[in-house]
Write a protein that binds this ligand. Structure first.
Ligand code: N01
Length: 515
């Protein structure tokens, strides 16, 4: 998706039009940049003191991206010269800081300010955005359109385990890493074995006195030998000296690792063994990855038994592995516990096999992903309340627009998460393009607002639901943040990335009521 092909001063030079963007992470910065290119005034409201969103907040040891760096960057900004194939958190944060500075977007950001509420005025067709300022005051911003770019994985989820308040020592969540606590020599307990724990456990295992990892569900591991490797010198030289090489490389990565992965998670309706695998291709992958686990834990049958997942590949996010996880679990100072946690006590964690005393507990228990836009209050046309409308089951058209909420656009909204190795930045670029095209149409035609038609929204969501029911993550009963409390997959996009690109290239104004 390219830069907007219009500029406000040509379409509607005298019309006051201001956009408020919520969040200065990857999507919010992009939206700001695109609005700037179109000459539309905007303000970004960011609760943190810096840009970067998830890459600012997650500072746990070992944090890095698990999508190829050469895909995990804006298609139009400095995306070639990554030091490693999978960039570390500090490199990514630096990338987004650099982008915010060089693009000029940083000047439009209100840092340390939090959007509390946004309300649509039926008379004026404008939004009123209520912001808590850094000094604790309240400021009201007026906007003709609001773009939410708050992300999906930004509210840490703490487990509902009895006795959590009783623990006498320090504890923290992986996304709120407490760097003030030195784990060296300490008895550390880690709850969870998702993508976050998988990255920091090998790091902290090196210095912790003892480390107990509590695993409820084993992750599938995708062998990625170069996961921590620096980009080979030869490749960097090719990028530098061969014109067009970087583009070709990105295209090759996209075609082979991104779009190629989806068929493995398609459900074959005739397949019988649904809890184990969902199709012959999926079952073949299971066999390959099981063999990989057998290789990793050949010398530890106890760990191997715990390491083989009991659910189909693709039902939860597969983790990239280069052997450091297995090596960490095999260390003398590390224990893997798979029995259910019965409670947390003053001294540590209790399971059926006894008490595991700890000095520090780290919650690697993920995020409340299905609350989209929580805890903001969003009030649309005729006083409609977004969270009441959703009632815990967020839906949007193309992940972006919601009936009754004119000129509200969501980035990384419902059903736009990509599971099989795609880069979410590609999705955000598609979304930013679509939003800008909507705003351009609005200004061109002199309309005040666009509101998604209920029937278009519903038909689209039926399509998404039907497809998600035919994906491994939709049929498996395993826990995952892809599903909301109702069991519906509210996060994932079930099709190819190219299909999202197709659908977002040109808004069809017939999908919208024009106000
Ligand atoms: O969180 P998760 P995460 N008792 O929800 C366990 C992205 N990400 O922060 O599987 C015991 O995956 C839970 O167990 P179970 C990426 O998209 C990317 O690790 O529900 N255990 C699970 O093991 C990722 O998918 C990167 O049975 C409990 C863990 O906690 C997403 O963020 C890095 C429990 C939570 O795993 C989230 O990853 C990090 C309880 N009561 C994150 N409650 C990269 O790019 C929860 N658990 C590399």
């Amino acid at each position: 998706p390219a830069a907007p092909r219009w500029r406000k001063e040509r379409l509607a030079p005298d019309r006051p039009f201001h956009v408020v963007i919520v969040g200065a992470g990857m999507s919010g910065l992009l939206a700001g940049h695109r609005l700037g290119q179109a000459g539309v005034p905007y303000t970004i409201v960011e609760k943190n003191d810096d840009v970067g969103g998830t890459w600012l907040e997650n500072t746990y040891p070992g944090c890095r991206v698990d999508v190829s760096s050469h895909l995990y960057g804006y298609s139009f900004f400095d995306h070639d010269d990554w030091p490693s194939y999978f960039a570390t958190q500090d490199v990514l944060l630096d990338y987004f800081r650099r982008f915010a500075g060089r693009s000029g977007v940083r000047e439009h950001i209100r840092f340390g300010a939090e959007v509390l509420a946004a309300e649509f005025d039926d008379e004026t067709c404008a939004w009123t955005v209520r912001v808590r300022t850094p000094d604790g005051g309240i400021e009201i911003l007026a906007a003709q359109a609001v773009i939410s770019a708050v992300g999906q994985l930004n509210r840490p989820s703490y487990p509902r385990i009895e006795g959590r308040e009783d623990f006498a020592g320090p504890s923290f969540h992986s996304a709120r890493w407490d760097h003030g606590i030195d784990l060296a020599g300490k008895r550390v307990a880690v709850i969870g074995t998702g993508a976050s724990a998988f990255q920091f456990v090998p790091e902290i295992a090196r210095t912790a006195g003892s480390l107990v990892v509590f695993q409820r569900t084993a992750p599938w591991l995708g062998p990625t030998p170069h996961y921590h490797a620096p980009v080979a010198g030869g490749l960097r030289r090719l990028f530098k000296h061969v014109p067009g090489y970087a583009r070709w490389y990105r295209f090759w990565l996209f075609a082979s690792t991104v779009e190629g992965g989806l068929p493995a998670v398609y459900v074959d309706p005739a397949w019988q063994d649904g809890e184990r695998s969902v199709s012959a291709v999926n079952d073949e992958r299971r066999a390959l990855l099981t063999a990989y686990l057998e290789h990793l834990f050949a010398d530890r049958p106890d760990l191997l038994r715990a390491a083989i997942p009991g659910y189909p590949l693709g039902a939860k996010r597969m983790l990239r592995d280069n052997g450091v996880w297995a090596a960490a679990l095999k260390r003398d100072n590390v224990t893997l516990v798979t029995g259910p946690i019965s409670r947390i006590t003053e001294h540590g964690i209790r399971t059926a096999d006894g008490d595991h005393d700890a000095d520090v507990i780290v919650y690697a228990t993920g995020f409340s992903a299905s609350g989209f836009l929580m805890p903001m209050t969003v009030t649309g046309r005729d006083g409609a309340d977004l969270h009441k409308r959703w009632n815990g089951d967020a839906r949007a058209y193309l992940g972006m627009t919601v009936p009754e909420f004119p000129n509200l656009f969501l980035m990384y909204g419902p059903n736009t998460n990509i599971v099989v190795n795609g880069s979410i930045i590609f999705f955000s670029e598609c979304a930013a393009h679509y939003i800008l095209e909507c705003l351009g149409s609005l200004l061109r035609a002199g309309h005040r607002a666009l509101e998604c038609r209920e029937e278009v929204h519903d038909a689209y969501n039926e399509l998404i639901d039907a497809a998600n029911r035919q994906r491994a993550w939709g049929v498996s009963s395993v826990n995952s943040w892809y599903k909301n409390a109702l069991g519906r997959v509210a996060q994932n996009w079930p099709f190819t990335l190219m299909e999202y690109w197709e659908r977002t290239r040109e808004p069809d104004l017939g999908d919208y009521h024009v106000l």
